[in-house]
Design a protein around this ligand. Sequence first.
Ligand SMILES: [Cu+2]
Length: 184
Amino acid sequence: MKSHLSRRLVGAMSGATLLVAMAVPASAHVGIIDGSAVIGGGSAQITFRVPHGCDGAATDAIEVLIPEGVTSVQPKWMAGWTIETEPRAAAAASEVPDASMEPVEPEVGIVRWTGGPLPDSLYLDFQMRAAFPETPGDLYFPILQRCGDAEEAWIQVPGAGQSPDELDRPAGVVTIVEGEVEGH
Ligand SMILES: [Cu+2]
């Protein structure tokens, strides 16, 4: 966004301080702050940080689309916010009633937090636990930020060879890496 502080810093600074300023954009956008190395095949908590509103307007809803392969989603309780989940559409459609089986709990496809409102000048972290697939790679979590009538869609996915830093509104990302999963 044009009014973004990080952009202004990059424009205003030069030399060594520029490198510091360029590290700002990733954390200045709405996104996942702890998803850079999640071990595949295990459970982890991930954190969606909302560092600003929609062009100055206070945030009153955050909606996250859970990518395929991410299961056992459990949002963290949060004072002042209503937390709702919606089942994954495909899972709901494929549910066939079978008298011999226990009904299968549909996987969560959307998590929605409504409340606040969170002022533009303050930040807030929204968290959930989930189980992640084994295959290494990037999983994108599209995020919709609502501020009354205004809305910001953090849904852009980088193309091949493109850096997420080049995108105006990148989706949240979790990078799955190989590693030893601790059982419990
Ligand atoms: Cu931003």
